[in-house]
Design a protein around this ligand. Structure first.
Ligand code: KIV
Length: 273
């Protein structure tokens, strides 16, 4: 196994991500929601850490990302920022915190930035939210776009299947991507769309395009950390590569602890005062 080792300890900035795209270096991005995990992910050399609203699913056990609140996202973001030195920390704006109008979106964005000390925000949507995106960027806050499968709109789609397979939706996605770049977004996430379309978006835009279930022709990849570490046994979409089986490792360790406690093996003489 070859590990990717970087001795570059400089903070990752929006500018550096664009440089990475220009020189063809792929961008690595993973989610984190707490201090301990963020320390490990940052220490391993991750470029971008996303405090995703997927916290609603993997941390809180909700079926969708919709219930998570602004306060809860700020709590997760603060915890992550305390554990990170080098990676750029991007925070998802939760459902309901920016769709109303530009000023409401700006107020939510400012709260996240002021209280969490994160580096940037991510919003789902294209043309429909473009004035809010511009307003947030005009306040000096870097924005990452998110198109394709947008989990905050799951009740509109009714399914988590691949998006933009037909021509009309693909055209809309291309148009939205161009609008987000023109509005000043520093990067774009494309979720669960055909690889060919994602690759075309990446070629057309000069900002980095980061994919999840969007093939290899983009400028970087993002996954939910619990999924790629194999903590979440039931979730196995085609795009997911599991780099560990932590579900088994953790269940085994916890079972051994239970046995040791029950059998009076823990603590032993050396493990007490
Ligand atoms: O919330 C999240 O984890 C995300 C990624 C799947 C891109 O938005």
């Amino acid at each position: 196994m070859t590990a990717y080792i970087s001795d570059d300890t400089r903070k990752v900035t929006t500018h550096r991500l664009v440089e990475m795209k220009q020189r063809g270096e792929k961008i690595s991005m993973l989610t984190s929601y707490d201090y301990t995990m963020a320390q490990i992910v940052d220490g391993a050399g991750m470029d971008v850490i996303l405090v995703g609203d997927s916290a609603s699913n993997v941390m809180a056990g909700n079926v969708t990302t919709l219930p998570i609140t602004l306060d809860q996202m700020i709590y997760h973001a603060k915890s992550v920022v305390r554990g990170v030195r080098r990676a750029m920390v991007v925070v998802d704006m939760p459902f309901g915190s920016y769709q109303g109008n530009e000023l409401e979106g700006l107020a939510s964005a400012i709260r996240i930035m002021k209280e969490s000390h994160a580096d940037a925000l991510k919003l789902e949507g294209g043309e429909e939210i473009i004035s809010t995106v511009k307003r947030i960027i005009s306040a000096g806050i870097p924005v990452m776009g998110h198109l394709g499968l947008m989990p905050q709109s799951i009740n509109k789609y009714g399914t988590y299947t691949v998006r933009a397979k037909d021509e009309a939706e693909a055209e809309k996605l291309l148009n939205d991507a161009r609008l987000l770049e023109e509005a000043g977004c520093f990067a774009l996430v494309l979720e669960k769309i055909p690889a060919k379309l994602a690759s075309r978006v990446s070629q057309e835009l000069s900002i980095p395009v980061i994919g999840i279930g969007a093939g290899s022709g983009v400028d970087g990849q993002v996954l939910v950390i619990q999924d790629m570490l194999g903590m979440n046994n039931g979730f196995r979409p085609r795009f997911l590569r599991r780099y560990a089986d932590l579900h088994t490792v953790m269940t085994d360790a916890i079972s051994r602890y239970i046995s040791d406690v029950k059998n009076l093996d823990f603590p032993n003489e050396k493990e007490q005062y």
